[in-house]
Design a protein around this ligand. Structure first.
Ligand code: NOJ
Length: 508
């Protein structure tokens, strides 16, 4: 069934996309360069030191000049911000510090005029403990939403229901004294896990998807897509073995009962069917923190689950030709001809690649960008990658990431890679007003858009040239699998942006 277009932003977006390209757009994500924006850190327009959606809209001309095809915004929905948006208290409204629904509509519409699609982040594994569903759930064992979450009785000796651990440290169970049971939280105690065995939860998320797709959202990045369904018998996780990846060994247990349960694939098939109700089809990209590439490949299904899935073995590979060659070859082998790879090197959870891979050496950073933008697959850039922005040392009294506060001394936290975008030299760096203290400290604003944009030899110009080269060269985008049946035709058929976007000068 094809859903009818409603008047408003969605119709504008759709017709703009249609105008922009003559080629089939159903698989636009294959040819796209996606740019991840951490909205709190991109552009502040109201002088509170926190970036917002109006800020993203105000920078569209820059993104269009850079040549990217889609922006992915980390969560913008209402949240107490215990985990900066990954603790959702309302899936249908916007976090006030970022804007409101009207600012989302404006962003989608303006982005559409620039040939840029907007991808949002959705968090189906857990909500905030301040979500109305959880408040109701914990009110009594009989309440309507009780079974929307994962509850368990204490074991026989009054202790934890099983050995599951939180990714953020400590047991994954929190005792709820009022009702005498434990609830599951694979992340913070204030992020209770939803119970995806409950059909009502599944139905509610269908509604959430359509709510945003109807507004013109082009797709979703799915948070923690491998953990959504848990073993219904709540059996213990086994201990890790020497063959497990170092990242898995960190917790000391293999998430056999809390990750990649067979039934999780039902959910993604269901979501994909919702995506197919739309024209162009909406896109799902999974965050599955997995180190077995065959498991990563499993989330594509038979082209009936996720269209894309992030590749963490690549993110965590060493930055050497040999190590990268190995992981690229293994990825190609595991994904085969029909599944489309994703290449990303930085995001809001891992140290920026210019620091992690390149130690700040601009020659290596240029190499890193070249690798990212010339592999067959979809590259995801993290805001600031294009400048060679590095991690920022965040002093102890400015740390806001709950992870470092929960695991003091054990985890560096994720603030260093979340600091504000550097638009120009000087106080505020064009991110916020010069006399305003940004929510996280600014890095060295000698690395900035304004100066690099004017310098033909800069990292930014290299990145832009690589994106343009990629756009012009089907071979570069599709590699040896150019003639694979069923892929979108390449060539110069991608959204080019309108005159407004192309002519606009950089603001700020
Ligand atoms: C993965 C997200 O990328 C991360 O930032 C978040 O803390 C966890 N999932 C929990 O939602």
């Amino acid at each position: 069934m094809q859903r009818r277009f409603r008047p408003g932003s969605r119709a504008v977006w759709t017709s703009t996309i249609r105008k922009m390209t003559e080629a089939p757009v159903t698989q636009w994500w294959r040819d796209a360069v996606v740019y991840q924006v951490y909205p709190r850190s991109f552009q502040d327009t109201d002088g509170d030191g926190v970036g917002n959606l109006a800020g993203v809209t105000s920078r569209l001309e820059y993104l269009s000049w850079l040549g990217i095809d889609a922006v992915w915004l980390t969560p913008i929905t209402a949240s107490p911000d215990d985990d900066f948006g990954y603790d959702v208290s309302d899936y249908y409204s916007v976090q006030p510090v970022l804007g409101d629904l009207a600012s989302v509509d404006r962003l989608i519409e303006a982005a559409g005029r620039c040939g840029i699609r907007v991808i949002l982040d959705i968090v189906p594994n857990h909500t905030s403990d301040r979500h109305a569903w959880f408040k109701d759930a914990r009110a009594s064992r009989e309440s309507e939403h009780r079974d929307w979450y994962v509850w368990a009785r204490p074991s026989r000796h009054g202790s934890l229901p099983n050995n599951w651990l939180s990714v953020f440290g400590g047991p994954a169970w929190e005792h709820d004294p009022a009702t005498g049971e434990f609830y599951l939280h694979q992340f913070l105690p204030s992020q209770p896990d939803l119970n995806w065995w409950n059909p009502q939860v599944r139905g509610e998320f269908d509604r959430i998807l359509r709510f945003w797709f109807d507004r013109g959202v082009a797709g979703f990045r799915i948070d923690t897509a491998n953990k959504v369904v848990k073993d219904s018998l709540l059996r213990d996780n086994p201990p890790v073995g020497p063959a497990d990846h170092a990242m898995a060994r960190r917790l000391g247990q293999r998430p056999a009962r809390t990750s990649s349960q067979a039934e999780v694939h039902e959910i993604w098939r269901r979501w994909r069917a919702v995506c197919r109700e739309y024209e162009p089809e909406r896109m799902l990209v999974g965050e599955t923190w997995l180190f077995d590439l065959n498991e990563v490949a499993g989330y594509y299904g038979a082209d009936d689950e996720l269209q894309l899935n992030f590749n963490f073995p690549f993110v965590y590979a060493d930055f050497s030709a040999e190590a990268l060659r190995r992981v690229v070859e293994r990825t190609e082998a595991a994904l085969g001809a029909s599944r489309w790879p994703v290449w990303t090197a930085s995001n809001h959870d891992v140290s920026r690649f210019p620091s992690r891979w390149c130690g700040g050496d601009s020659r290596l950073i240029r190499m890193g960008l070249t690798v990212l933008l010339t592999l067959r697959g979809t590259p995801f850039l993290y805001y600031g990658d294009e400048l060679g922005m590095t991690d920022v040392d965040v002093p102890g009294d400015r740390i806001v990431d709950p992870l470092s506060r929960r695991m003091p001394g054990q985890h560096r936290g994720r603030d260093p890679e979340r600091t504000p975008m550097l638009w120009r030299p000087g106080p505020g760096a064009g991110f916020t007003d010069p006399d305003v203290e940004p929510w996280l400290p600014l890095g060295d604003s000698q690395v900035n858009v304004e100066q690099q944009r004017d310098d033909r030899t800069s990292t930014l110009r290299l990145c832009r040239d690589l994106i343009a080269l990629r756009r012009e060269s089907p071979d570069l985008r599709t590699g040896g699998r150019l003639h694979e049946p069923g892929r979108a035709r390449g060539g110069l058929d991608l959204p080019a942006g309108d005159q407004y976007c192309r002519r606009a000068e950089l603001s700020g």
